[in-house]
Design a protein around this ligand. Structure first.
Ligand code: FE2
Ligand code: FE2
Length: 135
C-alpha cells in the first residue's frame, strides 16, 4: 500500500506545481516500498538521492515563480525549504556512512513534512501566483 496519495485538497491552484507534488509523492512512495521490501543499501541510496534531487528542483521552481511574481511571503517559504534540504542532506550523509538505516520514522517524517508544507505553506501562494498569471 502507498504511504501517501495525492488528493484534490492538496491542489495549490498551479498546475505545474500540482504535477511536481504528485511526482514527489510518487518518489516518496517508491522509497517507502523499497524500504518495506527490504531492498539493499545501494537501491535505497539511489532512490533517496532521486527524491532529494527532485525536491531541490521543485523548491527552486517554486522560488523562481515567487521571484518573478514578487510573492511577499517568499522569505519565510524559502526558509522552510532550506530547513528541509538541510535535514534530508543530514539523513543522506548518515545513511551513506551506515550510521542509520531507513525506517518508517524517516519516511513518515518526510510524509508529514510534505503534507504539512503543501497544505499549510504552498497552498498560500496559489491565489497570489494566479493573480500574477501563474496557473
Ligand atoms: Fe514550497
Ligand atoms: Fe511545493
Amino acid at each position: 500500500m502507498s504511504l501517501m496519495n495525492w488528493k484534490p485538497e492538496y491542489s495549490v491552484g498551479v498546475a505545474k506545481f500540482d504535477t511536481q507534488h504528485k511526482h514527489l509523492i510518487d518518489l516518496l512512495n517508491t522509497l517507502h516500498d523499497a524500504m518495506m521490501k527490504g531492498q539493499g543499501q545501494a537501491a535505497l541510496g539511489s532512490t533517496l538521492s532521486e527524491l532529494i534531487n527532485y525536491t531541490k528542483t521543485h523548491f527552486e521552481d517554486e522560488e523562481k515563480a515567487f521571484a518573478t511574481a514578487g510573492y511577499p511571503e517568499s522569505f519565510q517559504h524559502r526558509q522552510e525549504h532550506q530547513a528541509l534540504v538541510k535535514q534530508v542532506a543530514d539523513i543522506k550523509k548518515r545513511f551513506d556512512a551506515n550510521e542509520i538505516t531507513l525506517s518508517l520514522t524517516t519516511t513518515s517524517f518526510l510524509q508529514d513534512w510534505l503534507q504539512n508544507h503543501i497544505l499549510g505553506t504552498d497552498k498560500k501562494y496559489g491565489p497570489f501566483l494566479n493573480q500574477h498569471g501563474v496557473r
